[in-house]
Design a protein around this ligand. Structure first.
Ligand code: SF4
Length: 325
C-alpha cells in the first residue's frame, strides 16, 4: 500500500476525532478548535483573541497539507506516522474548492450549537461566516503547492490569515513574498536554541532542516508582514537556555514572541507526559529572561494556556491588535 492510500484509510478514524476533510483529494481538513466552541458559549476565548484581537468564534482552523511534514516533533499533538516528508500526491486541489469546502464543513461542525441553549445566538450567526483562517491545523502547510493562491483567495474573500510554518522551507516563504501572498501574520515555530536540542525535540526528516530554519530566521526581516516566533517549550527537552533563544530572536527581528508551554494532549500523550509541561510561572520566568537578553518587552499573558507574549518594542506592543480593512 502506498503512503497516500494508508493516509486515506486513516480518515474514518480522524473524522471520529473531529476532523472534516474537504476537496477532491482530501489533503485539506478543518477542525473546530476548543476555544471556538467555548467562545460560542461565552466561556472564554483563545489567547490569540486576547493578544491580537481576532475573534475565536469566527476563526477557521484548517490545513491544506494534512498528510505532509518534514519533522516528527515529540510535542506534536497529531499522528506524525501519517506524515510524508514530501508532497505525496501528483496534483493538488484548487484553493477556491478548499475554501468553499472548509467553510461548509465548519458550518456543519457547528450545527449542534444552533439549538444549544448555552450558545450565544448572535455569535452562532457570526460563526456561519468565518473571517479569520488559521492555516496551521496539521502538517506543514508550505508543502501545499498552491499556498500562495490559497492565501490570496482567503484575502480576496475578506479573511485575515495566520500561517504557521516549522520554518524549514525558506524557499516557500520567498515564493509567498514574490507572489504578494504573505499572510496577515506569519508564525515560525522555533523550538530549539541549538542544533542538538533541535534534533532531539523536532526529529527532522531531512538532513539540513536546522540550517534551513536558521536561513528562515535571517530571511524574516525582509518579509513585509507581521511576524511571530512561537516557542513550544517542553521540560526536559527544549526548555533551557533562554539566552540562546534570545540570540535567534534578535536575528529574526520578529514583532512578537510567544513563549508557550507544551500541552499534554492528542497523540503527544503517547510520547510525553504531564510532567513535561512547564507551569505558567516557569514560562513567565523563562520569558522574562529571554526578553531581557533579546531587548524585548513583556506585553501580555494567558494563564490558562500557559503562554506569554513578548513584543519587540513599544510600537509593536501598541500595534498588536489586527485591524480589518
Ligand atoms: S512541524 Fe508541526 S505538524 Fe510537523 S511534526 Fe512538528 S508540530 Fe507536528
Amino acid at each position: 500500500m502506498d503512503f497516500y492510500e494508508r493516509y486515506l484509510q486513516s480518515l474514518p478514524r480522524l473524522r471520529k476525532a473531529g476532523y472534516a476533510f474537504v476537496g477532491n483529494r482530501k489533503h485539506s481538513a478543518v477542525k473546530v478548535c476548543l476555544w471556538a466552541r467555548r467562545a460560542l458559549c461565552g466561556k472564554g476565548s483563545c489567547y490569540k483573541q486576547k493578544f491580537y484581537g481576532i475573534k475565536s468564534h469566527r476563526c477557521l482552523q484548517m490545513t491544506p497539507a494534512m498528510p505532509s511534514c518534514n519533522q516528527r516533533c515529540l510535542f506534536c499533538w497529531r499522528d506524525t506516522s501519517l506524515f510524508s516528508e514530501a508532497w505525496p500526491l501528483d496534483g493538488a486541489d484548487e484553493p477556491s474548492e478548499i475554501i468553499d469546502g472548509a467553510v461548509a464543513a465548519q458550518r456543519l461542525l457547528l450545527i449542534g450549537f444552533k439549538g444549544n441553549a448555552s450558545a450565544d445566538r448572535q455569535k452562532w450567526l457570526e460563526a456561519q461566516e468565518p473571517n479569520q483562517a488559521a492555516i496551521s491545523l496539521d502538517g506543514e502547510p508550505t508543502m501545499y503547492p498552491k499556498l500562495a493562491e490559497l492565501i490570496r483567495e482567503f484575502h480576496r474573500r475578506g479573511f485575515t490569515t495566520f500561517l504557521v510554518t516549522n520554518g524549514t522551507r525558506p524557499e516557500a516563504l520567498r515564493h509567498l513574498a514574490a507572489e504578494d501572498a504573505l499572510p496577515t501574520q506569519l508564525y515560525v515555530s522555533l523550538c530549539a536554541p541549538d542544533e542538538e536540542t533541535y534534533e532531539k525535540t523536532n526529529l527532522p526528516v531531512g538532513d539540513d532542516n536546522w540550517t534551513k530554519l536558521n536561513e528562515t530566521l535571517m530571511l524574516l526581516p525582509s518579509l513585509a508582514t507581521r511576524k511571530v516566533l512561537r516557542l513550544t517549550l517542553v521540560k526536559g527537552l527544549n526548555f533551557h537556555s533562554p539566552e540562546r533563544y534570545a540570540k535567534l530572536v534578535k536575528v529574526s527581528g520578529v514583532d512578537y514572541v510567544e513563549c508557550k508551554s507544551y500541552m499534554n494532549v492528542g497523540f503527544s500523550t503517547q510520547r510525553l507526559t504531564q510532567a513535561h509541561m512547564p507551569s505558567h510561572d516557569e514560562i513567565r520566568a523563562f520569558a522574562a529572561e529571554l526578553a531581557g537578553n533579546a531587548g524585548y518587552e513583556f506585553t501580555d499573558e494567558q494563564v490558562e494556556s500557559r503562554v506569554v507574549l513578548l513584543s519587540r518594542d513599544a510600537e509593536a506592543a501598541r500595534n498588536r491588535f489586527i485591524t480589518r480593512v
